[in-house]
Design a protein around this ligand. Structure first.
Ligand SMILES: [Zn+2]
Length: 116
């Protein structure tokens, strides 16, 4: 079990507990359920992001395995985390799943104006 999946399950359980606490507090005063449900929604969102990171790690491992075996796997979308955060302006030389971007990542870092 990967760390992302373990974290996602823990956050989902915490969201469920927070929901139960919010519902329990609503029996005393209806407004008391708001903090519990707000925290539950935030924890559920964090759990969803951790599951997404887990799925991405699995896809990258599968891509890397196919690449090492000599196949030509299609690049993932987005090709790498750096491209996702930079809007496609930069790519990770080691982890990018687009082979062309792996080759040109160093050139774009040395000549940033030429990549625009
Ligand atoms: Zn990339």
């Amino acid at each position: 079990m990967s760390a992302h999946r373990r974290t996602a399950r823990l956050l989902a359980a915490a969201a469920l507990a927070s929901t139960a606490a919010g519902i329990h507090l609503a029996t005393f005063n209806l407004w008391l359920c708001v903090p519990g449900l707000y925290v539950a929604a935030f924890l559920a969102w964090c759990s969803n992001r951790s599951y997404a990171a887990h799925r991405r790690a699995l896809a990258e491992a599968k891509w890397e395995q196919a690449y090492v075996l000599g196949q030509a796997p299609a690049p993932l979308n987005p090709c790498c985390a750096l491209a996702d955060h930079s809007g496609g302006a930069a790519h990770d030389r080691r982890k990018c799943t687009d082979l062309f971007h792996r080759l040109t990542a160093d050139l774009a870092a040395e000549h940033p104006r030429s990549s625009q």
